[in-house]
Design a binder for this molecule. Sequence first.
Ligand SMILES: Nc1ncnc2c1ncn2[C@@H]1O[C@H](COP(=O)(O)OP(=O)(O)O)[C@@H](O)[C@H]1O
Ligand SMILES: [Mg+2]
Length: 352
Amino acid sequence: MSVIHLRAISKEFGRVVAVDNVDMEVKDGEFMTILGPSGSGKTTILSMIAGFEAPTRGTIEIGNIDVTNDPPHKRDVGLVFQSYALFPHLTVFNNVAFPLKVRKVPKSEIEMKVNKVLELVRLEKFGNRKPNELSGGQQQRVALARAFVFEPSILLLDEPLAALDRKLRQQVQVEIKELQRSLGITTITVTHDQEEALTMSDRMLILNNGKIEQLGTPEELYSKPKSRFVADFLGMANFFDGIIESSNGNVYLTVKNGNKIELDEQYESSSGQYVSLLVRPEQFKMATPDAEKGHSGKIISSVYLGNEYRYQVESELGTKVIMTEAGNECRWRIGDNITFTWDERDQRVLFK
Ligand SMILES: Nc1ncnc2c1ncn2[C@@H]1O[C@H](COP(=O)(O)OP(=O)(O)O)[C@@H](O)[C@H]1O
Ligand SMILES: [Mg+2]
């Protein structure tokens, strides 16, 4: 069952096309993440789902009901927007109670619900404090509690963790994910943080200039990106640019300096096309120069990252290539000559 359904949604601000013909379905209980560069339309999409902005074209359905023209309070949506701050003059308790008061919930019920949700975010001892007496992470949890308290079926989070330092961000991420799963809340979150997106999402949507570049599971987007934009946006990517050529049933990518990379036969019909070949850093197999097969290269830098080594390699393919090896053993020194290969199944031909 899809809980949120955007049908051909566009939003224009004067001449700016903020969102361009977006179709998106989010299923019941799903955790969807929207990723994209600044200005790509992420906040505008959430604002339209919440009802703060009306789409220029298209319709929005929540639970199979057209809510396109409904005001925000008629939608069953909880929000944590970066700009949607806590009320500084209210205690934590009253901040969290606010959405219930607005909805005219009886006082005894408010007390019970607020205490329950404060316990959930582990702030039960902080009800009497003011926001400025809390750490950044605690304030974020109050904002979450305020969004959770009226038990919305949908939760929208617009970069709620951007202001937190890395360690705290990771903690709060885990908390949000656990709450979301245990309460079964359909969640759409916007983030800049790739790692956060990959670890938390059931599915992800990559936006570029108001348009969907790709929508899929984290695995699909990482290992089968449809475009160079998606490949580059998610994780580290090496691209070998060249032209597809074929002779005697063999198909190659010929790079600028004339060197060749073997391609699958299925690309024969694309001969003559300029493409980029994607190979992720962890997919290379590095060997000594006397190896029978592979491309040659020379190590030009080496960095230890705690659980892997990352090497930069000057390669015969004409570009500098990033390669990583997991583990704590530094196998290569700067200046070493190497041979490198990768499994043909791990490379991806990208046409745009
Ligand atoms: N209220 C507004 N008035 C005019 N332009 C806007 C408004 N809100 C957003 N925009 C423009 O729409 C585009 C998308 O903005 P936004 O959705 O905030 O992007 P993101 O959240 O991905 O950074 C940007 O070009 C932005 O300048
Ligand atoms: Mg934004």
